[in-house]
Design a binder for this molecule. Structure first.
Ligand code: NAD
Length: 296
């Protein structure tokens, strides 16, 4: 990798989308010495970002002009495409665009090819680890696209993440991310069911979680979600049920597009879609525990 092309501090980075993830990830970039300018269509998000010491631009043009690298952290790929259409006339020549949202991989491939044909560089680099690891700068990042573009973006990615996986061509990061969240959601749903069955038998739910965590049923949800957000009833993990349902649906759609039978993914996707219908778009994803309880 040529150091002259790597994007290193104090280069200007634009972060588009200052929600649960965008705000702490932008803060990591500032701490690493980058000049960070953020933008969000929500006045409230821009206000919170400024109050936390960030520089919020009044519009996308001001945010992205002169930025060496532009990060999108938006709800889904359809919103990313529309936002990028609006920003395109204002991108600096040769700017690197990095979609760190969890977008649908087939749409990312098409969008990336269009941007590259227009003279920009583009990779997908979604993240995993939730708000806590976004704050700590220890996210797992899965980067798809041209190796030389990933080389240029890598110092920026390392300012937000502990590990950067190169997953392959354009869209492969988004495919890996959707599949990860499908596995994560299936594990969470199974653990929630197991706790309900244990409780009906007379086992203390916290005791079952202790057993799972010392046994082979242990997973990220048993360790980091059941006691913290579900059994405690706080349901405030900072990752919405709508976003999780979208990710599982993306994984299930990908299976269908690739003609891979995935009956469990069909089942899990249908369950989370129904939970979303019941609980609404403001619900936290850990409220899958409330959905499960309501069905008993
Ligand atoms: P969020 O809903 O908290 O934030 C999204 C932000 O985007 C909002 O502030 C919204 O106002 C803004 N926005 C929407 N349209 C916009 C536009 N056109 N231009 C500018 N801003 C716009 O979501 P989040 O939890 O921060 O997630 C962002 C992305 O990261 C999603 O794709 C999500 O699936 C993914 N993700 C989230 C988590 C998590 O734990 N929250 C973890 C990993 C990945």
């Amino acid at each position: 990798m040529s150091q002259s092309t790597a994007i290193i501090p104090p280069a200007k980075i634009a972060v588009i989308g200052l929600g649960n993830m965008g705000q702490p990830m932008a803060a990591c970039l500032s701490r690493a010495g980058y000049e960070v300018v953020g933008f969000d269509t929500s006045d409230d998000a821009r206000r919170k970002f400024s109050a936390a010491g960030g520089i919020a631009a009044p519009g996308v043009a001001e945010a992205v002009s002169d930025a060496a690298l532009v990060i999108t952290l938006l709800p889904d790929g359809t919103i990313v495409r529309a936002a990028i259409e609006g920003m395109k006339p204002h991108f600096a020549p040769g700017a690197v665009i990095v979609d760190m949202s969890s977008s649908a991989p087939m749409g990312t491939k098409a969008l990336g090819q269009e941007l590259i044909a227009a003279g920009f560089e583009f990779i997908d680099a979604p993240v995993s680890g939730g708000v806590k690891r976004a704050i700590d700068g220890t996210l797992a990042i899965m980067a798809g696209g041209d190796e030389s573009t990933i080389d240029r973006a890598e110092p920026v990615l390392h300012a937000m993440g502990k590990s950067v996986f190169r997953t392959g061509p354009l869209g492969s990061g988004h495919a890996a991310k959707a599949l990860n969240n499908y596995v994560s959601a299936a594990g969470l749903a199974a653990a929630v069911e197991a706790v309900a069955i244990a409780e009906r038998f007379g086992i203390d739910p916290n005791k079952l979680v202790d057993v799972l965590n010392a046994s082979t049923g242990r997973n990220n949800s048993t360790e980091n979600k059941l006691k913290q957000f579900i059994i405690s009833g706080t349901f405030n993990s900072g990752f919405s049920l709508a976003l999780m349902a979208k990710d599982i649906r993306t994984a299930d759609d990908l299976a269908r597009q690739l003609d891979v039978p995935a009956p469990l993914a069909d089942e899990v996707a249908a369950q989370w879609d129904e939970a979303l219908k019941m609980l609404g778009s403001s619900a936290d994803h850990t409220e899958i525990g409330r959905y499960s309880a309501a069905r008993r």
